[in-house]
Design a protein around this ligand. Structure first.
Ligand code: THG
Length: 259
């Protein structure tokens, strides 16, 4: 399982202001901490970044890759900011994300082909949030078709069924699980899947966050999830992940528990 650290996020009370004032140190420390805790990739989320997006992403990518050598997941809907990040990124970046929305699909897949990047295909369109696994499948099929048109190898695609907050969309939790199973049937070898795990607890009391994400991760990984944008600094969550990997025979028992 690919662990993508979620902490470098413009919404964060400490990191948002540091991004805006170009203060490198807290961001670099958070990058190092997440990689030290087991993150294989780091999400760099600047949101829509309508003002100064390209400059912000250029600065972030260079500055973060000065201290860690994992690839970055460039998280923005701003295509110009995405390209600015891809231009300076060392190694293979992950574009987070394309969606089923025509313009975003075209711009992000063009960039994926141009820079040989991996790309997340979020099963979301302008028509609104998908209601069930079948609606997610229909969008996934469109995204896969567009990959072929743009010359993006399916090996570089991660489909994201979009986790919604449990408090507002309880019936969606298992639709996401079903979608992961269905996406895997779309190709041989199976198309990889990714989620933003913490979406699930938005609006839920903090005492419940831990048990919610640990249990949900277990269910998602049983369905075959390949990657998650998640809190790598949450030790209980990372321990749960390692334990599931033992059950799935993905890591050796001795290696994990004796270390
Ligand atoms: N899919 C894809 N990308 C995504 C998401 C997704 N990117 C953004 C998001 N969803 C995943 N990342 C986060 C990052 C942080 C939180 C939730 C999702 C979060 N953080 C803490 C909180 O609010 O409690 C701390 C925030 C703070 O420091 O203030 O919830 O689904 N492709």
């Amino acid at each position: 399982m690919l662990v993508i650290g979620e902490k470098i996020n413009v919404m964060s009370k400490t990191i948002g202001p540091a991004m805006k004032s170009r203060e490198a140190k807290p961001i670099q420390e958070l990058a190092l901490a997440q990689v030290g805790a087991g993150a294989n990739m780091l999400d760099v989320n600047i949101g829509p970044a309508t003002k100064g997006g390209p400059e912000m992403m250029d600065w972030l990518v260079k500055m973060i890759q000065e201290v860690v050598d994992v690839p970055l997941s460039l998280d923005t809907t701003n295509a110009a900011a995405m390209e600015a990040g891809l231009k300076v990124h060392k190694g293979q970046a992950l574009i987070n994300s394309a969606s089923g929305e025509k313009e975003r699909l075209t711009s992000m897949l063009s960039l994926a082909a141009k820079y040989d990047a991996k790309v997340i295909g979020l099963t979301l369109t302008k028509a609104g949030i998908p209601r069930d696994a079948n609606e997610r499948m229909a969008i996934a099929v469109d995204i896969i078709g567009a990959c072929a048109e743009h010359g993006v190898s399916l090996e570089n695609l991660y489909l994201d069924p979009l986790i919604l907050p449990i408090g507002v969309a309880q019936q969606q939790a298992m639709e996401v699980v079903e979608a992961i199973k269905m996406f895997r049937q779309l190709n041989e070898p199976p198309i990889k899947t990714v989620v933003g795990l913490s979406n699930i607890y938005n609006g839920v009391p903090e005492e419940i966050h831990g048990v919610l994400i640990r249990t949900y991760l277990t269910v998602l990984m049983t369905a075959g999830l390949d990657a998650a944008i998640m809190d790598a600094l949450d030790k209980d969550l990372m321990d749960t992940l390692k334990t599931i990997q033992i059950f799935k025979n993905e890591i050796l028992y001795c290696h994990s528990y004796l270390d």
